[in-house]
Design a protein around this ligand. Structure first.
Ligand code: KIV
Length: 288
């Protein structure tokens, strides 16, 4: 039988679109692959708890990452390095419970896969079995290809992550990656290595826009950009950054879509003043 391409099987009304489509079942990595064939762009947000994830799910965000950015954005650590697999399992399970449609990707934290493929499989299996994620993410290109291969062969979809890899902050700092000929060539090698190992998508973090565009053209799996310019197939942002909840400085590539820190601070102060001033609770908030 002749294999039909995505363009031939997708109704022109966009009903299969990852964002804005009419499907209500959980999105799978196959849906992600078909979106690349259709040339469709899609959004991804991080999420660390059930309630926030349910808001994003209802808004139609098709893919959510339970990122180890939970370390600095949710758990109060300075970096992602201290985050444990136990913590990621609890947070990932909450996000899965809070969602019906989004593909949930659970991050493998630092120390849970660097020893080798067998350790990676043991860790990823926990996120799949105990938390119910549909895929896992891990950092590293060529250096992680054996881990990716074993996970994929074992039936666990893998999102790779190259460019700036925050788990290596102690070795590489927070610097743009892939600048200069040799670094760009290495990034391309990393991208091809994770694709060849079977990753279904690859995050490109803090990479020059032109290089990210080239990687996106060369790969048949989707690229997910963060600080990687407009040409990647998908874009991801850390939710607390783009909603204006993160305190202090956020990276230049973040667009702020709301100011939750101000909204929540104002609401907390208004509540406190009502309590201190005796204007809350009123009769309407009281039971008799
Ligand atoms: O942990 C995370 O949130 C991430 C994204 C920045 C891609 O890895």
């Amino acid at each position: 039988m002749t294999q039909l391409s995505a363009a031939q099987t997708t109704p022109s009304d966009g009903s299969k679109a990852l964002y804005g489509g009419k499907g209500t079942r959980r999105i799978t990595v196959r849906d992600i692959a078909l979106a690349k064939e259709r040339g469709e762009k899609w959004p991804m947000l991080t999420a660390y708890d059930a309630m926030t994830a349910s808001v994003f799910d209802e808004a139609g965000i098709p893919v959510m990452l339970v990122g180890d950015s939970a370390g600095n954005c949710h758990l109060g650590y300075e970096t992602t390095v201290p985050v444990t697999l136990d913590e990621m399992t609890v947070l990932s399970a909450a996000v899965v419970r809070g969602t019906k449609r989004a593909l949930i990707v659970g991050d493998l934290p630092f120390g849970s896969y660097q020893e080798g493929p067998v350790q990676a499989l043991r860790s990823a299996t926990r996120l799949v079995k105990e938390a119910g994620v549909g895929a896992v993410k891990l950092e590293g290109g060529e250096r992680s290809h054996e881990q990716i291969r074993l996970l994929v062969e074992s039936g666990i979809p893998v999102m790779a992550h190259i460019g700036l890899t925050p788990q290596s902050v102690n070795a590489m700092g927070y610097r743009v990656q892939g600048r200069g000929e040799e670094a760009a060539a290495q990034l391309l090698r990393d991208a091809k290595a994770v694709q060849d190992a079977g990753a279904f998508a690859v995050v490109l973090e803090l990479v020059p826009a032109e290089l990210a565009a080239e990687v996106t053209r060369v790969l048949h799996i989707p690229t997910v950009g963060i600080g990687a310019g407009p040409e990647t197939d998908a874009q991801v942002l850390v939710w607390t950054d783009m909603m204006g909840l993160t305190g202090g400085r956020v990276p230049k590539f973040v667009k702020k879509y709301a100011d939750l820190r101000e909204v929540m601070g104002n609401a907390a102060r208004a509540f406190a003043e009502d309590v201190v001033g005796g204007t809350f609770p009123l009769e309407e908030h009281s039971v008799h």
